[in-house]
Design a protein. Structure first.
Lengths: 88, 571
């Protein structure tokens, strides 16, 4: 479930998905944002504990494309800022 | 008795391919009332009975969060049997919807589609065991080749609602899925395939953008060949088959107002592009001018869609389009609009919010010339050199971007970020692509053509009562004073409402210098859409928003005309 304020488990090792470099992998630690956002991600399989890989990052603050298992998806920067990962 | 079968499944699982395998030739696309969501309907014969099949919009879950999912849910409620199409390469994620469906007390049969692809990528599913666990029939298929479809048809009757699966929470479902996966799925690691490499190359900006430019270029080339050829064929039918009939009718009617409105403004002379009659120009423009390019463009769009390229293209251009208040899919109205603004206007539906659609439509009408218009611009300016042609297109490009940025700032409403699945590349099925193209064309014929005929009729009446001539006269001095053009150019402007290419052609007789031609051609593109596009835009945006949009168009055209005059003519 989305965590409330003050409950974050973000440590020095975690960072928003957007800061991973192309080709690197990360384990999802926490997803911030509203319930609707959380659900949209979850039905696509994006949830805590899953490993994602960065396929591409578009320049000029464009979206990023990630792979999760055999699924790939593109999401805007704003969304990628709300997904916290631990780089692997 | 089974009356209605509904196909449910995640997006991009090959649901529509299964659908087109099950249904006969008679397939219709319907618009879900009050939304921009489209779904397909068809029939099949099951044990001698006619059964209706509905291809519901793709959805990831039944807790609807958008219009497509809401529509899918409503369609599901009427189902006697549900065919749940699963992407076998992506079992875990697909099972979420499956569990939700199984909780609903509707008879379900599961299709494990893309079975070959799953094996190919090292994914093995024990379908017998899955059948045991879920207590409903599970049929592996390769819809593209038709493998397994016969088996599906014979087993549809076995569909049932399992007793074991009880409604549970979201968390509960994921736990259940975890258990199922452990029991039925084995994944073997495979090395990077050619398809993975192709995916990486087409989605990374450094290689993806040049490839995208190449693909768009080739698409246009193909569209132009198909469009021109069809246009020629249909034009021949009009000239040789239809014209004699119309002439006969004209002789029978005799000269008078009825003749003017139905056939031609000038008695005895029928020129399909100019006569303004409802039965001449009114039918000719939609069928012989617009339709050929619609067919060609829709075919190309369906091909790009079914191969899986479109989401990648949208990803590559999203950064630009997001700054213009749209998102990556904003490229679809632009792409189609360069062929003909009519399908371009219809394609603004690819965007989610009202704000996004308004911006897409306004930019389309202002800065996107159609193919016929581009050909004429090349025609009149080509002899003076490429420089002048570049001037026109550069101006239009600058307008597209600046007005987009401005509208993004001033128009209220939201422009959400893009979030979409990138499906693996797939060989398009000609059958499905053909059916899709045909459905879109049918929809165009039914929805857009009556509007266009009506538009031509209105112009005709405005001409008959002398209103258009009055406008042309009143614009006379503005042409000279504001834009440095001869007063007669106003006639071209008024004609441009009917046919932009024709209007640009009329400039030839005015003996303009190349800079004046640049000004006039640019203004003709910007100031207003042609009547066909205008009518469709009213339909898509509503009268109020269209008036707003038209005000932006006209003020942009005036501003651009004045600025170009100052820069190019220096006075």
């Amino acid at each position: 479930m989305p965590k409330n304020e003050g409950e974050h488990i973000i440590t020095e090792k975690t960072k928003p998905l957007i800061y991973l470099t192309k080709g690197s992998k990360g384990k999802i630690i926490e997803i911030q944002g509203g319930h609707g956002f959380y659900r949209r991600l979850k039905v696509l399989g994006i949830r805590e504990g899953q490993i994602v890989r960065i396929i591409s990052k578009q320049p000029l603050k464009g979206p990023i494309t990630i792979a999760l298992g055999s699924t790939q998806m593109t999401m805007g920067r704003g969304m990628a800022l709300k997904i916290f990962v631990e780089e692997l | 008795m089974i009356k209605k079968i509904v196909l449910m499944g995640n997006p991009n699982v090959g649901k529509s391919v299964v659908f087109s395998r099950l249904t006969g030739a008679k397939v219709i696309s319907s618009n879900y009332p009050g939304t921009t969501v489209d779904y397909s309907k068809g029939t099949m014969i099951l044990d001698g009975n006619k059964v209706e099949i509905i291809d519901a919009p793709g959805t990831y879950s039944l807790e609807s969060s958008n219009k497509a999912e809401k529509a899918a849910l409503d369609i599901l409620k009427e189902a006697d049997i549900v065919i749940d199409v699963i992407d076998a390469t992506n079992l875990e994620r697909n099972l979420y919807l499956t569990l939700e469906l199984l909780e609903r007390n509707k008879p379900v049969i599961i299709v494990l589609n893309l079975w070959d692809e799953a094996k190919h990528t090292g994914v093995y599913i024990n379908e017998k065991k899955l059948e045991e666990i879920l207590e409903v029939p599970v049929v592996p298929t390769v819809a593209l080749t038709g493998e397994g479809i016969k088996n599906l048809v014979t087993r549809i009757k076995e569909a049932k609602s399992p007793k074991k699966i009880k409604p549970t929470s979201e968390e509960g479902r994921w736990i259940e899925i975890g258990t199922i996966i452990k029991n039925v799925l084995t994944v073997e690691h495979r090395h990077h395939s050619l398809r993975d490499r192709l995916n990486d190359l087409t989605i990374r900006p450094s290689t993806g953008i040049p490839i995208a430019i190449g693909i768009i270029f080739i698409s246009f080339w193909i569209v132009r060949i198909i469009g021109e050829y069809l246009s020629f064929l249909i034009g021949e039918v009009f000239e040789n088959g239809y014209k004699p009939i119309l002439t006969g009718l004209g002789e029978w009617l005799g000269d008078g107002i009825v003749y003017n409105i139905l056939i031609s403004q000038d008695y005895g002379e029928i020129v399909f592009t100019e006569s303004l009659g409802i039965l001449s120009t009114g039918i000719y423009i939609p069928l012989a001018v617009v339709l050929p390019y619609i067919i060609a463009f829709y075919f190309m769009l369906s091909l790009l869609e079914d191969s899986g390229y479109l989401p990648r293209l949208a990803t590559l251009v999203d950064n630009i389009f997001h700054k213009l208040g749209m998102h990556g899919y904003g490229i679809i109205p632009l792409f189609l609009g360069l062929g003909c603004n009519v399908p371009g206007a219809l394609a603004t539906r690819a965007l989610e919010t009202k704000k996004q659609r308004f911006i897409a439509a306004t930019l389309l009408a202002i800065a996107v010339p159609c193919m016929a218009q581009m050909a004429m611009i090349f025609g009149i300016l080509g002899k003076y050199g490429l420089y002048y042609i570049i001037l026109v297109f550069l101006t239009l490009g600058i307008l597209y971007i600046t007005i987009g940025i401005i509208l993004n700032k001033v128009i209220k409403g939201i422009s959400p970020e893009m979030f979409l699945e990138i499906p693996p590349y797939r060989r398009p099925s000609l059958r499905t692509t053909g059916k899709k193209t045909w459905m879109r064309i049918k929809w165009f014929l039914k929805d857009a053509i009556p509007f266009m005929i009506f538009g031509v009729a209105v112009i005709n009446i405005l001409y008959t009562v002398g209103f258009l001539q009055m406008i042309a006269n009143s614009l006379h001095s503005a042409m000279e004073g504001l834009f440095g053009l001869p007063g007669e150019a106003s006639i071209a402007m008024v004609t441009g409402f009917l046919r932009k290419d024709l209007a640009i052609g009329m400039l030839i007789s005015l003996n303009l210098n190349p800079y004046q031609l640049v000004i006039a051609a640019t203004m003709l593109t910007v100031y207003f859409p042609c009547v066909a596009a205008f009518m469709v835009l009213i339909k898509e945006l509503g009268v109020k928003d269209m008036l707003k949009s038209a005000a932006i168009m006209i003020s942009t055209a005036v501003t651009v005309g004045i600025i170009l005059k100052l820069i190019l003519l220096g006075v």
